[in-house]
Design a protein around this ligand. Sequence first.
Ligand code: PMP
Length: 365
Amino acid sequence: MAAGFSLSLYPFVYKAQFNGQGWIDEIQEKPHRSPEEESAMGQSDRASLLASRNSFPDLPLINYTTQYGMGCFEGLKAFPQKDGSLKLFRPDANAERFYNSMEGLRMPAFPKDKFVQACVEIIRANAKLGFRPQYKSEWEKNHFVSADSIYIRPFSYSEGGIGVNLSVNPYVVIAATPVGSYFDPDASSKAVTTDRVRATPRGTGWIKCTANYVIPTLAKREAIDAGYMEAIFLDAQHQTYIEEGSSCNFFVLLKNGKLVTPAVEDRVLNGINRRSIMILAAERGITVEERPLNIEEVLADAVECFVTGTAAGVSFIESVTHKGRTAVFNKGKMGPLTEDLLTTLKGIQYGAVPDKHGWMVGVEL
Ligand code: PMP
């Protein structure tokens, strides 16, 4: 499996639309052959088959989402287990955030139980045909850092329309694609602050909405072009307090032993991995603080630094550069707390560490 994030849509896709009273839903079976036949296909035949799966002629192209960014989405994963089953990580938490995002964009919100059910249902339908990664015991050797999983992408999409408007009959689509490890051991893990502004007070920073990804995509590209892995956003008003990365939450372990992550308020996305890591760290007796985090404090007092997210997992940051000054953490190597949290979270997800919190939701195959 290729490292990182690419789209090889699985054939079963969920689609629902709000008709004013309720959600009318269906599971669509897109064109496919068997997984074995598909992997034996030539590159261009396979590309056209995959393109035919990413085609939704029943959805209107001109609408408030494609024209004005009035849309929101989620990202969550299903993990292959040693016993051959598949388990989703905290889909109820994504269901809740999606509900809040839709409400934040003032559209009818998608019921949370339906969200979880639909995610489980498409994973099951795809897995039954063999569209799923298989558990490999070699992943255990490096604590699942290079393990495969399934990425699930639920999103809202408005009804057709051309004027600037709210969506009253939104669609919800849930699709899935296999993903390899995001973590590339040879890549830079240096971060740099950006003076671009991702979120403003009373804005949409706390919502997982489409429009929030424009500025981060530009800032991340600028960071990569300058030799870094990630761009770190500071607060809009003072350009002093760290908020988050381009699509991940930010953590530092300070010299005083405290783990600090910026408070969410109305600007930072309340990451599900963020909340999980805060719980796992507190269980280790570590004091976890959610508060304004001054960039100067990070440069002066941090001994470990990492970012969290569904795609990033727990990714250590070797250094942070701000206006030409660089702090290197733990001699540029992953710190012991970061490694412990990374292997614990991955362990829970792949079934090697007991799931004490009941975070994993099984898919009956
Ligand atoms: N911040 C932003 C802006 C994100 O897009 C993501 C990814 N969803 C995160 C943080 C991390 O959130 P989670 O842990 O729920 O994936």
